[in-house]
Design a protein around this ligand. Structure first.
Ligand SMILES: *[C@@H]1O[C@H](CO)[C@@H](O)[C@H](O)[C@H]1NC(C)=O
Ligand SMILES: *[C@@H]1O[C@H](CO)[C@@H](O)[C@H](O)[C@H]1NC(C)=O
Ligand SMILES: *[C@@H]1O[C@H](CO)[C@@H](O)[C@H](O)[C@H]1NC(C)=O
Ligand SMILES: *[C@@H]1O[C@H](CO)[C@@H](O)[C@H](O)[C@H]1NC(C)=O
Ligand SMILES: [Zn+2]
Length: 960
């Protein structure tokens, strides 16, 4: 699936920064963001209920979740008729029939085929009809039933099906066209005051069986002949090209019938069908592949699909070249749906998207929104070959499919937008965040065992940030150490050998090894052995280099040094690490660290030399040095920062802060890595700094550390603010560079929050102009979140009430989202309390947004105690009225307690937990985690408060 979290990444990043701005408080969003991401990323069942009971040891084949290896489908003919208006019982339904032709591979008297939530028609008492083909006699049916727990239609026959014979199974069924975002479902929206219904699909991973009975495993590839019956004023789409519809009459209604060209041989999870009254724009005639972008009529008329259309062709050509393999289909449809659970889904030939992942509206969407569209399109198009043409055999290899698409989406987006530095941004967007997740003792390996992934819920749980982002990070590392040309050569032969078939990840290693051998590249161990250490054990190493002796060693990096790893690893948490480095003035070199400890004489330096390792963060590891080299690196950063590549300027900051968290280096060393920022204008170092300082704000923004910390950041950010003032000609134009546009947001946010001269005046002025003319909001779209937030923080009830009115009037969801956040930035307790009250009034704040809004308020240092009092006072109400899933208690508790760091906080939390022991519901584990985190915070503050305070003081007090 494509990537998708329910707030777009762009909004998340802006929010981090904006939170600093308004209230001098930031939540540790980089962490929250990765957790959010892992929770929501392409999770087709938005909240997969945990499996509560383990079934007793199964005995019969239909009690296993996997299909037996006795039958193999070759083709299906499926006809479906979705009703876009409810029936007499108020139910939206679809009807259909399906014929599957399959071959018997081993004699068997049992047919198991997936079927879930379908009501099947009976024929002579049985739920299906069986016939033999090519003269094979069909056995009579003995008994048929639906095995609900394992989602099978079970058919026992009176005499065995014979290996080598071909049979045909026919079913007729009724299903519900529910609004549950899975299988064949309905999406609703309003256009010109008219409610419209779309019938659409999301099959991955296991919901094709909700649309028609099928052998619903990725290795059960077949050809699909689809036919859809649909209302006259609608159009039907599917994986194959739609033929001209014909008019027919069904049940006395005039309807259209659209058949489709047969699909290629493909997996069920990649099927898609959509019935809508959407319209499209397309590539002109003469294009080799027909490209169409579909969306709501209004959206297409407003040109919101133009950007996607413009970029799809180039990205497809990029991948044809990269894989050295032509696009496998004759057309590429991409469609934006009003309701969609993931970000996008790579259905072969008919890619489905959430609107924000495909549509771009120049006047309204930010540059982050645009980047999102380009990367999601590239991600999905990459799957057309890798994932769709060649498919992994089972879901345990999901990391390969998704990690790969995530990695190459940055290459595709880079080709489409060469000025954006997309190949660098993968480090910020994917790698740094997942390094945080993977440094926890509770992480897990990329690769799972096939037998451990059986039930649909187990499959769904694999769609997390380890799968996507760490998968991308290790494949990028591999591509870098064997070179991109060799990597792509290996991909080419892999795709050639396995097209229309299935693989395991070892098949890819074999092809890459062949390419490596052919190119004459020397690796210290076979490629498979190198990669096993990265995919079969969790975590990542910290590499320590002593530049006095050239000693180099590795150790499992755990961000909490007190955590206990109870997951064994056959590799002892040691890795084969490609250590790239630059030392004083010399070109980049690579050293393979293949033991726990080694010596590389080339890394022993002269007294004035410096060395930086893990160039461009190509490797998935952190780096530590001897004190002397740290000093020389810091000097270099302060004197000639450009001698160190920009990604490494960000890396040095991020590694140092993380090493300090893990108590490997002193906290003041981490702080000192930010000293050169008064000369830095690039986005990546500033962004890593803001993410890392989040935690300092949380811990210290109500203590005596706050003043000196603010003074220091103000000093550092002032030149950046002035830089942007100059290059934007006094804020009258938008910076040219994509990452400069991002960094302008950082500049304004940090400058306003620390009181840099001229900043609040600016945001307040822009906001006042909007207030004077509400119909004409001239605020730059990239800056809206931070401008709203700062103006509301600096203002009073007038600003707040205006923003509230704008929130209630907003017709664009992303605009409403920005204002909803900004309303939490006020520093007036009574306004914050009133806003909290609004959170429990669904007419004011929709139930789905209540948790997020309370958490936004708690992000504000003034709002945090109010929010904590509020949820304690309202707990009964919250628990009873919002318990049914609309309020995430877990996130509420973790959000509201995020800056707890004193014994007093700890005791309050414990007391509340005990007082409400009988009504904690799904928040029980969150309370445990909050208690544990509070303890860790208490320890961290005890250890670090004094040195941090002293350091900020020494940096900001006038020199004597
Ligand atoms: C399936 O559909 C194709 C194309 O419409 C047709 O040629 C074929 O006969 C059908 N097969 C069955 C078993 O109905
Ligand atoms: C399927 O059958 C059940 C039981 O009769 C019924 O409650 C349900 O509404 C039916 N579903 C559809 C989509 O007709
Ligand atoms: C189908 O019906 C529509 C009007 O309902 C008509 O415009 C169209 O020409 C008809 N198509 C065919 C193939 O008869
Ligand atoms: C920006 O504003 C300052 C002060 O008002 C002025 O001196 C300067 O010339 C302006 N610069 C530009 C490029 O407009
Ligand atoms: Zn994907």
């Amino acid at each position: 699936m494509g990537k998708g979290f329910y707030i777009s990444k762009a909004v998340a990043i802006v929010c981090v920064v904006a939170a600093v701005a308004a209230t001098a408080i930031i939540i540790a969003l980089s962490v929250v963001y990765s957790q959010e991401k892992s929770k929501n990323l392409e999770d087709p069942v938005a909240t997969g209920e945990p499996v509560t009971t383990t079934p007793s040891t199964p005995k019969d084949p239909w009690q296993f979740y996997r299909l037996p290896d006795t039958l193999a489908p070759s083709s299906y003919n499926v006809t479906l008729w979705p009703r876009l208006t409810p029936n007499a019982d108020g139910l939206y339904i679809f009807t259909g029939h399906s014929t599957v032709i399959f071959k018997c591979v081993k004699d068997t008297d049992l047919i198991l085929i997936h079927s879930n939530k379908l009501n099947l028609t009976t024929f002579e008492g049985h739920l299906a009809k069986l016939t033999g083909l090519n003269g094979a006699p069909a056995p009579t049916l003995k008994t048929t039933w639906l095995e609900v727990p394992t989602q099978f239609l079970v058919i026992q026959v009176s005499s065995p099906l014979k290996a080598g014979n071909t049979y045909q199974l026919y079913t007729e069924f009724v299903g519900e066209l529910a609004d549950d975002l899975g299988g064949f479902y309905r999406s609703e929206y309003t256009e010109d005051g008219v409610k419209k219904v779309v019938a659409t699909t999301q099959m991955q991973p296991t919901d094709a069986r909700k649309a028609f009975p099928c052998f619903d495993e990725p290795a059960m590839k077949a050809v699909f002949h689809m036919t859809l019956i649909h209302p006259l004023d609608t159009v039907a789409l599917s994986n194959g090209m739609n033929n001209e519809p014909i008019n027919i009459t069904m049940d006395g209604q005039k309807v259209k019938q659209t058949s489709f060209e047969p699909t290629e041989i493909m997996s069920t999870y990649l099927l898609a069908f959509v019935v809508s009254d959407f319209t499209y724009i397309s590539s002109g005639p003469g294009a080799k592949v027909l490209i169409r972008i579909w969306a709501r009529r209004k959206a297409i008329e407003e040109g919101q699909g133009d950007y996607a259309l413009e970029k799809t062709g180039p990205i497809l050509s990029f991948f044809e070249n990269y894989y050295n393999s032509p696009y496998p289909l004759s057309k590429s449809d991409q469609i934006a749906l009003p309701d969609f659970s993931a970000g996008a889904m790579e259905n072969w030939g008919l890619i489905t998207y959430r609107e924000t992942a495909l549509l771009y509206n120049p006047g309204v969407s930010s540059n982050g929104d645009k980047e999102w569209v380009a990367t999601v399109i590239a991600h999905e198009l990459a799957h057309m070959w890798f994932g769709n043409l060649v498919t992994t055999r089972w879901w345990n290899d999901l990391w390969l499919n998704e990690g790969f698409a995530t990695y190459v989406s940055y290459l595709g987006a880079d080709y489409a937008e060469p000025t954006w530095n997309m190949k660098d941004l993968i480090v910020l967007n994917e790698i740094i965040g997942v390094m945080g997740v993977d440094a926890l003792a509770s992480s897990h390996p990329l690769s799972s065992k096939e037998e451990d992934i059986q039930r649909p819920e187990q499959i769904t749980q694999l769609f997390d940030s380890i799968t996507y982002s760490k998968g991308a990070a290790v494949l990028r590392m591999l591509s870098e150490f064997i070179t991109e040309a060799v990597f792509s050569q290996g991909l080419h032969t892999y795709l050639e050998e396995f097209k229309y078939k299935n693989t395991v990840y070892q098949d890819l290693w074999r092809h890459l090894q062949m390419a490596v051998d052919k190119a004459g590249i020397k690796l210290p161990h076979p490629l498979e052995e190198i990669m096993n250490r990265w995919i079969l054990q969790m975590g990542l190493p910290v590499v320590t280099i002593n530049t006095q002796t050239g000693a180099i060693s590795q150790k499992h990096f755990l961000v909490d040094p007190d955590s206990v790893v109870d997951r064994p690893s056959e590799y002892n948490y040691e890795w084969f690490v490609p250590v790239t480095y630059i030392k004083t003035g010399a070109a980049e070199q690579q050293y393979w660290l293949v033991q726990k400890e080694a010596t590389n004489k080339d890394m022993a330096l002269g007294a004035n030399d410096w060395l930086v390792a893990n160039i461009n963060m190509k490797g998935f590891y952190r780096v530590n040095y001897d004190d002397g080299n740290w000093e020389r690196l810091l000097n270099k950063l302060n004197s000639q920062p450009k001698d160190i590549p920009v990604i490494n300027r960000a890396q040095i900051i991020d590694d140092a802060f993380n090493l300090a968290r893990a108590r490997i280096v002193d906290v003041t060393l981490a702080l000192r890595t930010t000293k050169f920022l008064d000369k830095e204008v690039e986005y990546m170092p500033w962004e890593t700094t803001t993410r890392n300082l989040n935690y300092f704000y949380l811990m210290f923004d109500r203590s005596e550390v706050y003043g000196p910390m603010q003074a220091y950041i103000k000093k550092q950010v002032t030149p950046l603010f002035e830089h942007f003032r100059d290059i934007t000609l006094n804020w009258t134009k938008i910076p040219d560079g994509h990452t400069d546009q991002y960094n302008q947001v950082n500049a304004i946010s940090l400058a306003c929050s620390t009181g840099v001269q001229g900043c609040r005046e600016l945001t307040t002025k822009w906001f006042k102009e909007w207030m004077a003319n509400p119909a004409d909001n001239k605020i730059n779209v990239n800056l809206k979140t931070t401008v709203y937030c700062n103006a509301i923080a600096a203002g009073g009830v007038e600003e707040w009430d205006f923003a509230w009115a704008m929130f209630k009037n907003a017709t664009i969801a992303s605009e409403a989202e920005k204002i909803m956040y900004a309303l939490s930035c006020t520093r007036q307790p009574w306004l914050l309390n009133r806003y909290l009250e609004y959170c429990l009034d669904p007419d004011k704040i929709r139930k789905q947004d209540a948790t997020a809004t309370i958490n936004y308020i708690a992000d504000n240092a003034v709002g945090q105690p109010l929010a904590w009092d509020f949820i304690r006072a309202q707990w009964d109400h919250i628990f009873n009225d919002y318990g049914g899933g609309s309020m995430s208690f877990g996130r509420l508790i973790s959000g509201v307690t995020e800056r707890f760091s004193t014994e007093f906080d700890y005791n309050q939390l414990l007391q509340f937990k005990e007082d409400n022991a009988d009504q904690l519901g799904s928040a029980a584990t969150s309370f445990e985690q909050a208690l544990e985190r509070t303890k860790a915070n208490i320890n961290w503050v005890a250890l670090n408060k004094k040195p941090v305070l002293d350091w900020f003081n020494s940096e900001t007090s006038p020199a004597v």
